[in-house]
Write a protein that binds this ligand. Sequence first.
Ligand SMILES: [Zn+2]
Length: 68
Amino acid sequence: MAPTTRPMPKRCPRCNGPLYVGYDDDLSCLFCGEYVFANPPPPLVQAPPVVQEGPRKRGRPRKNPVAA
Ligand SMILES: [Zn+2]
């Protein structure tokens, strides 16, 4: 269970190196480049892919082939 608000680390969580403030109060590690988000980025909302029904229904539909 993760708390909604977390304190910003003073050191890099990966290599314990020094952090500097980047964009939007985010922190970047000087040593390993670890990026610590002050505000988690919004999740990418992707539209579901459009599945086009092609004219492929020909012949008799196959039943489930069960290997005997
Ligand atoms: Zn680091």
